[in-house]
Design a protein around this ligand. Structure first.
Ligand code: ADP
Ligand code: ADP
Ligand code: MG
Length: 667
C-alpha cells in the first residue's frame, strides 16, 4: 500500500480525500496557491507545499511542477480529485513515466472517453444505447447542416471535448443551425481548444441518471447503483439523490448492466461514472463517461456504506475490488444539495467575498458536510464557487428530504450571495416531493420558483430579530458595567428600569420590499412585552451556536439568529429570512450613487468596453462586458444619458464595487 499520497487539488474534494488518507494511515500531502495559503485543505494535510499563483494555470494545473514536487518529496501516488488535472491523459501518462501512481484509470481509457464522439462510437460498438445523432469526423459546416436535418429538430450541438455544461446549444429549427454552430465552435475553441462538435437529438423532458461504476486490474467490474441528477441549472446539477425515484426495477437493472458493459468494453480501472439521459418513456441512452470521482459521489457512499476514495486507492495499488456485484449493499435514501456562492435572482451569477459568518449544523451519521472553507475564508474569482455540499441519509425518501431541509435551515452564511433559500424552495416544492421534474425544470419554472422563494415574513421571526437585538444591547451594557468604576449605577441596569420610568422602545426593520416595519417592545426581566394589536408577553432564552428560544403564547419556538452589521439572518422552522435593521434617522445615500454610476457587480476581467467618454447612450444599451469565473456578464445603461467618464480599459482586472463608468449630471 502507498505510504504518501499527494492531492493535486483544493477545496472540499482535497479535504474529502485527506479524511480517507487519515483513516487508512497514509501521509497526506497538500499543495496550495497564493489564494489558498490558509485554506482548510492545507491545515488538514500532514504536509503542504506552495505551488504558485492563484490562477489555476499558474498552480493547480502545472503538471510538471506537481510531478517534480512529487519526486522530491517521495510521493507514491497522486489523487487529482475532480476538475483540474483529473481527466488529463497527458498528466496520467507523465505520472506513469515518472513511476508515480496516478489514482485513476489509464491514460488510454481517459483518452477513449475524453471525446464525446469517440466515446459514443465505442459504446455503440459495445451495444450500449446512445442518443441518436451524428458523431462522425466530417466537420464541414455544410455536411453538419445536412446531418442536422437528418437528425431532426430540436437537436443539440455539443462540443466533443465539452464539460461542465459549457459548449452546448439547443437548435429549434434548420434556419438557426449555422449561426448556433458558429457560436458553439467559438466557445469550444476558447474553453477546450477543440472546436469539433457532435449532433444529438434533443430529448424532451429528460432525466439525467448516472451509474457509479468501478473496475480493477483483475477484470472485475461492478456498479454501485444510480444517482438521479435531474435537478440542474445551466446544465449543472444542484440536488442529487439515490435511489432515483423515477426508475422502475426493470429499467434500473438494464441500465446497471449497460453501465458495467461500458466499463468492461474499455477494461476500465478505478472509479467512473456512466451518465445516461432517460426519456419520459424510460428509454435510456449513454450520454458520456466521466473518468474520475464525481462531485455527487457521497450519496452513493451514504446508501452503500462504502468509501469510494478508499476503493480508488486500493484499486490503484493493484488490489481487487472488495465486493462483488451482488454483495454491494444499498439501504435507505440519500440527497446531496450543493451550496453555491451565487445569486439565483441574477442568472445564478457567482458571488465572491469573505465568508463573514459560516454556520453549519453538527454532522452525524445521517448528515455529512463536505466543505473546503471556514468562517473568515473568501470565495474568490479563481475557483469553483461551491461553498459546501450537504449530504443526508434517511430510511426513506421523505425522511431524507426532511433531514435535508433541517440541514439547510441550520446552515447560515453572511458575506456572499448564496442559494440556500433557493434550495429550500426546491426541497419543499410539491413538484420535487412528487418527483415531477426533469433537467429543464429549473430553467423553465425559474420565475415562479423565485417568486416562491419570497415568503411572507412571519411575526415570530420579527419577534426573534427584536429579542436578539435587545439581548445584544443588554450584553453590551453588562460589558460596559464590568469595566466601569461605577458598575452599580442605574444607567447600567439591564432589567428595564429607566429614570423616566418607562422603557418601551421601537425598532425598525426592512424585509424584501417592505421598509420600516416598526416593532414596539417593553423589556421586563426575561420578559419582552410586544405591543402588537394586543400586548404579547414573550420569554427568551439564549442557546449555544447563535440559537435562541422564545416562549410565545405558551409554546417554545427555536430560532437561529445571525447578525452582521445591520443585517440579520433568522432561521425558523427550516426557512431563512433576511432582515435589515434600519436607523430611521439616517438617509439612504446608496441609492443615489448606485443610480448614476456603473459599478462592477463582481471582481473580474473587463472583456469589452463598448462606450467612450461623452457618448450618448439609451436605457438598456450594453456598456461593458465583464468576465468572472468563466462567465460573461453584460452591464447595461440604467437610463438614457451621456457618459461622463470610462475609468478602465479592456483586459483590466477590477475589484467588486469598483466604479467603471460615470454619467453626466442630468439636466
Ligand atoms: P459533470 O458536470 O461533468 O457531470 P460534476 O457535476 O461531478 O460533473 O462536476 C465536476 C466539475 O466540478 C468539474 O468539471 C469542475 O468544473 C468542477 N470542480 C473542479 N474542481 C472542483 C473542486 N475542487 N470542488 C468543486 N468543484 C470542482
Ligand atoms: P457535460 O460534459 O457538460 O456534463 P453532458 O453531455 O453530460 O455534458 O450534458 C450535460 C447536461 O445537458 C445533461 O445532464 C442534460 O441535462 C443535458 N443534455 C445532454 N444531452 C442531452 C440531450 N441529447 N437531450 C436533452 N438534454 C441533454
Ligand atoms: Mg456530464
Amino acid at each position: 500500500m502507498f505510504k504518501k499520497i499527494l492531492i493535486a487539488n483544493r477545496g472540499e474534494i482535497a479535504c474529502r480525500v485527506i479524511s480517507t488518507l487519515k483513516k487508512m494511515g497514509i501521509t497526506s500531502v497538500a499543495v496550495y496557491s497564493d489564494a489558498d495559503r490558509h485554506a482548510r485543505h492545507v491545515t488538514l494535510a500532514d504536509e503542504a507545499y506552495y505551488i504558485g499563483a492563484s490562477r489555476p494555470d499558474e498552480s493547480y494545473l502545472k503538471a510538471d511542477d506537481l510531478l517534480a514536487l512529487a519526486k522530491k518529496k517521495n510521493i507514491d501516488a497522486i489523487h487529482s480529485g475532480y476538475g483540474f488535472l483529473s481527466e488529463n491523459s497527458h498528466f496520467a501518462r507523465a505520472c506513469l513515466e515518472a513511476k508515480i501512481t496516478f489514482i485513476g484509470p489509464s491514460a488510454d481509457c481517459i483518452e477513449k472517453m475524453g471525446a464525446k464522439d469517440a466515446a459514443k462510437a465505442l459504446m455503440e460498438a459495445a451495444n450500449v444505447p446512445v442518443v441518436p445523432g451524428y458523431h462522425g469526423e466530417n466537420q464541414a459546416p455544410e455536411h453538419l447542416q445536412k446531418q442536422a436535418e437528418k437528425v431532426g429538430f430540436p437537436l443539440l450541438i455539443k462540443a466533443v471535448s465539452g464539460g461542465g455544461g459549457k459548449g452546448m446549444r439547443v437548435v429549434n429549427k434548420a434556419a438557426e443551425f449555422a449561426k448556433l454552430l458558429d457560436s458553439v465552435k467559438r466557445e469550444a475553441m476558447n474553453a477546450f481548444a477543440d472546436d469539433r462538435v457532435l449532433l444529438e437529438r434533443y430529448i424532451s423532458k429528460p432525466r439525467h441518471i448516472e451509474f457509479q461504476i468501478f473496475g480493477d486490474c483483475h477484470e472485475n467490474y461492478v456498479h454501485l447503483h444510480e444517482r438521479e441528477c435531474s435537478l440542474q441549472r445551466r446544465h449543472q446539477k444542484i440536488i442529487e439523490e439515490t435511489p432515483s425515484p423515477f426508475l422502475d426495477e426493470k429499467t434500473r437493472q438494464a441500465m446497471g448492466i449497460a453501465a458495467v458493459n461500458a466499463a468492461r468494453a474499455i477494461r476500465y480501472s478505478g472509479a467512473g461514472t456512466i451518465e445516461f439521459i432517460v426519456g419520459e418513456d424510460r428509454s435510456f441512452y449513454f450520454m458520456e463517461m466521466n473518468t474520475r470521482l464525481q462531485v455527487e459521489h457521497p450519496v452513493t457512499e451514504m446508501v452503500s456504506g462504502q468509501d469510494m476514495v478508499e476503493w480508488q486507492i486500493r484499486v490503484a495499488a493493484g488490489q481487487a475490488l472488495p465486493l462483488k456485484q451482488e454483495q454491494i449493499p444499498r439501504t435507505g435514501h440519500s440527497f446531496e444539495a450543493r451550496l453555491y456562492a451565487e445569486n439565483p435572482n441574477n442568472q445564478f451569477l457567482p458571488s465572491t467575498g469573505k465568508l463573514q459568518h459560516l454556520r453549519f449544523p453538527t454532522s452525524d451519521k445521517n448528515l455529512r458536510i463536505e466543505t473546503g472553507v471556514e468562517q473568515g475564508d473568501s470565495i474568490s474569482v479563481f475557483y469553483d464557487p461551491m461553498i459546501a455540499k450537504l449530504v443526508v441519509w434517511g430510511e426513506d425518501r421523505e425522511t431524507a428530504r426532511e433531514r435535508l431541509l433541517n440541514a439547510l435551515g441550520e446552515t447560515g452564511i453572511f458575506g456572499v450571495e448564496n442559494n440556500i433559500a433557493f434550495l429550500e424552495t426546491l426541497a419543499t416544492h410539491p413538484d420535487f416531493i412528487e418527483n415531477k421534474i426533469d433537467t429543464q425544470y429549473i430553467d423553465k419554472k425559474l420565475n415562479r420558483l423565485l417568486a416562491d422563494s419570497e415568503v411572507e415574513l412571519p411575526d415570530n421571526v420579527l419577534l426573534a430579530a427584536t429579542v436578539k437585538r435587545l439581548l445584544e444591547g443588554k450584553q453590551l451594557v453588562k460589558e460596559m458595567a464590568a469595566t466601569s468604576v461605577d458598575g452599580n449605577s442605574p444607567w447600567f441596569d439591564t432589567t428595564g428600569w429607566r429614570p423616566n420610568g418607562q422603557s418601551q422602545r421601537s425598532l425598525f426593520f426592512s424585509y424584501e420590499e417592505t421598509d420600516e416595519i416598526e416593532v414596539k417592545v417593553t423589556e421586563n426581566d426575561e420578559h419582552f412585552i410586544f405591543h402588537l394589536d394586543d400586548d404579547l408577553d414573550v420569554i427568551a432564552e439564549s442557546l449555544a451556536n447563535d440559537a435562541i428560544r422564545l416562549q410565545i403564547n405558551g409554546s417554545w419556538e427555536r430560532f437561529i439568529v445571525l447578525r452582521h452589521e445591520t443585517s440579520l439572518l433568522i432561521s425558523w422552522k427550516n426557512r431563512w429570512y433576511a432582515l435589515t435593521e434600519m436607523n430611521p434617522f439616517e438617509p439612504d445615500l446608496s441609492i443615489m450613487s448606485a443610480n448614476s454610476n456603473i459599478i462592477a457587480p463582481m471582481p473580474g476581467k473587463l472583456l469589452k468596453i463598448l462606450v467612450n467618454n461623452a457618448d450618448t447612450v439609451s436605457e438598456g444599451q450594453p456598456l461593458a462586458i465583464i468576465e468572472a469565473m468563466k462567465m460573461e456578464h453584460t452591464l447595461n445603461a440604467p437610463f438614457d444619458g451621456e457618459i461622463d467618464q470610462v475609468f478602465y480599459s479592456e483586459d483590466d482586472f477590477v475589484e467588486a464595487d469598483a466604479t467603471l463608468i460615470t454619467f453626466k449630471e442630468q439636466a
